[in-house]
Design a binder for this molecule. Structure first.
Ligand code: PAF
Length: 280
C-alpha cells in the first residue's frame, strides 16, 4: 500500500488509474478503524480497480474540543487493517495540508443540518461537508463508501454531491454490529468494560421501539417508554430518539413505508449514535 501525506503527489499518482483504465473507490475515515470500516474497504476492493482510504481527524466537524482531543489515534494498526483488506492507497494528511487558513466556508443544508445530530452538534455537518468536498476533489473517486451508522451524514453527503454535481456514486453500507448488537464505532474503544455493557441499551431501545411501533403503538408513547428505561441507567444520558422519514429525516408520528429510528446519547463521557431502518 502506498501512503501519501501531500495532495499533489497523491493526485499525480492517481492519474494513471482513472477511467477508462479503471474505477477508483474511496473510503473516507477518521481512523481507529474497525470491522465496519473494513467492510467498506473490502466492498470497494471488490467493486473497483483501485481503493483509496483517507484517515484524517477533521477538526472543523468537532464542536466539542474534548471529543476532538480524545478521538482515538491508532495509525499503525489502521495501516495493518488496510493492508489486509487490500487497500491500495492511504491518504493521511497533516492539518497544514488540509486547512491553509481558519476562515473557511460554511455550508447550510436547511433543516437537514439543524435537527438530530445538528441540534446537539451545531456546525458539525458544515465541517463534514467541507472536508468531504475537499477529499472528493482531491481523490476524485468514481465511487465513495459511507456507513449507515451515520445515517444523517449520508443524507448530508448525498445532498452535497447532488447540489454541487460531484461526479461520484455514493454507496451506503449496512451497520456492522458486535455479536451482541452494539454498533461498531471508533468511540467504543473509550468505553470501560462496564460502560460497554451499558451501551447496549441504545440498540435494545431501537429494537424495542421497532417492535412496539410495528404492533401499532404511537411513537410518542414508545419514546416515553424508552426515555424512562434510559433514565433508569445512571451512566446513560439520552439525547434523542426519533422516528423519521428515511429520505429527509422529517419527524414521523407512525411508521410509514420509509421510516428509520435514530438514537443518540452518552454512556459516561462517550457519545454514541445508532439507527434502525424500519422500512424504505
Ligand atoms: O464518518 C466519518 O468518519 C467522518 O465524518 C468523515 C466522513 C470521514 C469526514 O471527516
Amino acid at each position: 500500500m502506498k501512503i501519501f501525506k501531500e495532495i499533489e503527489p497523491l493526485r499525480a499518482f492517481l492519474k494513471q488509474f482513472r477511467q477508462p483504465a479503471g474505477l477508483i473507490g474511496f473510503v473516507p475515515t477518521m481512523g481507529a478503524l474497525h470491522a465496519g470500516h473494513r467492510a467498506l474497504i473490502e466492498t470497494s476492493v471488490k467493486e473497483c480497480n483501485y481503493t483509496v482510504c483517507s484517515i484524517y481527524v477533521n477538526p472543523t466537524q468537532f464542536n466539542n474540543p474534548v471529543d476532538l482531543a480524545k478521538y482515538p489515534n491508532t495509525l499503525d494498526t489502521d495501516i495493518e487493517l488496510l493492508e489486509k483488506a487490500g487497500c491500495d492507497v492511504l491518504f493521511c494528511p497533516p492539518h497544514s495540508e488540509m486547512y491553509l487558513h481558519q476562515d473557511h466556508i460554511r455550508f447550510d443544508f436547511g433543516l437537514l443540518d439543524k435537527i438530530l445530530e445538528g441540534e446537539f452538534r451545531p456546525g458539525h455537518f458544515s465541517g463534514v461537508a467541507l472536508v468531504v468536498s475537499k477529499l472528493l476533489n482531491i481523490v476524485q473517486p468514481d465511487k465513495a463508501y459511507f456507513g449507515q451508522k451515520d445515517f444523517q451524514q449520508y443524507l448530508i453527503v448525498s445532498k452535497l454531491v447532488a447540489d454541487l454535481n460531484f461526479n461520484v456514486e455514493l454507496i451506503r453500507m449496512p451497520i456492522v454490529r458486535e455479536p451482541d448488537g452494539l454498533a461498531m464505532s471508533s468511540r467504543n474503544a473509550r468505553l470501560t468494560a462496564e460502560q460497554r455493557k451499558t451501551a447496549l441499551v441504545f440498540y435494545q431501545s431501537l429494537q424495542q421501539a421497532k417492535t412496539r411501533l410495528q404492533s401499532g403503538a404511537d411513537f410518542e408513547v414508545v419514546k416515553a417508554e424508552i426515555k424512562s428505561i434510559c433514565e433508569s441507567k445512571p451512566e446513560i444520558t439520552l439525547e434523542y430518539l426519533a422516528l423519521a422519514d428515511t429520505t429527509n429525516l422529517s419527524p414521523l408520528k407512525n411508521v410509514t413505508t420509509q421510516s428509520v429510528l435514530l438514537i443518540a446519547g452518552y454512556v459516561g463521557e462517550v457519545r454514541l449514535i445508532d439507527n434502525l431502518i424500519i422500512a424504505e
